[in-house]
Design a protein around this ligand. Structure first.
Ligand code: GLV
Ligand code: MG
Length: 307
């Protein structure tokens, strides 16, 4: 796993780069990551101004410990190459990652990797430091998620894009993230979410859930986030201050699960190192090496969150 793929991304705040007031507000919110959007939250007539804003805002600093990213436009538009050049030449030393939307083939990621390498070399930036987050948000991307996940050492995460995905498969609903009416049992998103999660884990990447658009319904946001947190996702995009707080909580293990995980690690270490046994009982449960690995996941997330 690259160092970038282990940064905390429980809450990833989306901010339209065309809106300077929102950008200023974002500096005061407690999200783990922020992305300034040049893509779907920005009108075509504002694309050029948004680019300049995004580069200036990242370059100006003041983002604290947050992961600082910019989402460029997709490769089927005329804007992507200028987005990348403007943002990296303007703020390359401060920028952590670029988010590439609508990735349908590994070649999209390789294109961005090559362009980044050229811009870094031409501008004396540290080679390979800027990471890539790839959005998987249509049928083609979902079916090639594993190849996309293996396409560049710069990759740090695979990100699910529910709105574009639902549109791409003609799902019969208008509420992003909720089950489509009429599909009363099961989870309409299970397959694509697992595909992204497996592709991410197989390549040592983070798996990030996309936005929940009903921003006033925080309980519904928690439910939606809780489902992907339970599967193993690392975090979720957020659009509102209330969602930031909820995401930080939902993607952090509970205190009792964290304490339990640390006790398992302690008990298992004692069993293997001192008693030379590969299995041990703790509170009526038989633990073995696989239990240690499961506990390490929960303990790792808890430690990263400062529990
Ligand atoms: C995000 O980009 C989405 O399409 O949901
Ligand atoms: Mg999208």
């Amino acid at each position: 796993m690259s160092a970038g793929a282990s940064r905390s991304r429980r809450s990833v705040l989306a901010v339209p780069a065309s809106n300077s007031r929102f950008i200023e507000k974002a500096r005061g919110l407690d999200s783990d990551a922020v992305f300034l959007d040049l893509e779907d939250a920005v009108a075509p007539a504002e694309k050029a101004a948004a680019r300049t804003n995004a580069a200036a805002a990242i370059d100006a600093g003041g983002w604290g410990r947050r992961v600082r990213t910019v989402r460029v436009n997709a490769l089927d538009t005329p804007w992507t190459y200028r987005d990348v050049i403007a943002v990296v030449e303007g703020a390359g030393a401060e920028l952590d990652c670029l988010v590439l939307p609508k990735v349908t083939t590994p070649d999209h990621v390789r294109w961005l990797d090559t362009l980044l390498t050229q811009i870094e070399a031409a501008n004396g930036l540290q080679p390979g430091r800027i990471g890539i987050e790839a959005q998987i948000e249509d049928a083609r991307g979902a079916l090639r998620a594993d190849e996309i996940g293996a396409s560049s050492p710069r990759l740090e995460s695979l990100v699910y894009g529910p709105a574009d995905f639902m549109a791409s498969v003609n799902m019969r609903t208008l509420v992003v993230g909720e089950q489509p009416p009429g599909y009363d049992t099961g989870d309409a998103y299970h397959y694509v979410l697992m595909r992204i999660l497996l592709a991410a884990r197989a390549n040592g990447l983070q798996a990030i859930d996309g936005p929940y658009l009903q921003i006033r319904d925080v309980e519904a946001f928690r439910r939606s986030a809780g489902r992907t947190a339970a599967l193993g996702f690392d975090g979720k995009w957020v659009l509102h201050p209330l969602q930031v707080e909820a995401a930080n909580e939902v993607y952090t293990p509970s205190r009792s699960d964290y304490d339990h995980a640390e006790r398992i690690l302690e008990a298992y270490e004692h069993a293997t190192d001192v008693q030379r046994r590969g299995a041990v009982m703790l509170d009526g449960e038989m633990l073995d090496e696989a239990s240690r690995k499961m506990a390490l996941v929960v303990a790792g997330k808890g430690r990263a969150a400062g529990l």
